[in-house]
Ligand binder design. Structure first.
Ligand SMILES: [Zn+2]
Length: 172
């Protein structure tokens, strides 16, 4: 994907994570995790780790390093430990969190619907049988594109999640 003209170049972050950043996100940022996936960003969550690990903070830093993921956290101390590989998320509000990342130049204002919001798997175009087999799918398919997560067996479509999210992310 070519950068949009006028997009400010990020300066503070390492080059290997600038073109298409990947994220690892702490337990307090579950909603942001889902938003980032709808926006097409490869995002793993601490929520998939076993609970009760006293050294989870260290584990998150290590995973971030190993997998070239930037750590997003509401924990100022953890962000400080992560140095330039971590970002302290200031707000509790998810739209302000998204806005912070946009203003930092890390992510683009876009909705791609290219990843499953539950598990981060890249979704593919859905087959007709998958659409008709999902009782939560709209009955009228006109103008909609359907996507399928093979991992969760979950159907997505633009025009519902997609549109609303686009309105929230894209415009005021
Ligand atoms: Zn999934």
């Amino acid at each position: 994907m070519s950068p949009e003209p006028g997009t400010p170049a990020p300066t503070a972050y390492r080059h290997d994570i600038v073109p298409e950043p990947r994220f690892i996100v702490d337990r307090m940022l579950g909603t942001l995790t889902r938003y980032l996936r709808f926006m097409g960003y490869d995002t793993t969550s601490a929520n998939t780790l076993e609970e009760g690990n006293a050294k989870e903070d260290t584990l998150l830093l290590e995973l971030g390093l190993q997998e070239h993921r930037l750590l997003l956290t509401r924990d100022a101390e953890l962000a400080r430990r992560g140095k330039d590989r971590a970002i302290f998320i200031q707000s509790e509000d998810v739209m302000e969190q998204v806005q912070q990342l946009i203003e930092t130049g890390l992510i683009k204002r876009r909705v791609t619907m290219s990843r499953c919001s539950l598990c981060n798997t890249v979704v593919r175009e859905a087959f007709q049988c998958e659409i008709s087999g999902a009782d939560y799918a709209p009955k009228d398919w006109r103008g909609l594109s359907f996507f399928w997560c093979e991992s969760c067996g979950k159907l997505y479509w633009n025009g519902s999640h997609g549109k609303k999210l686009e309105e929230r992310i894209g415009g005021k």
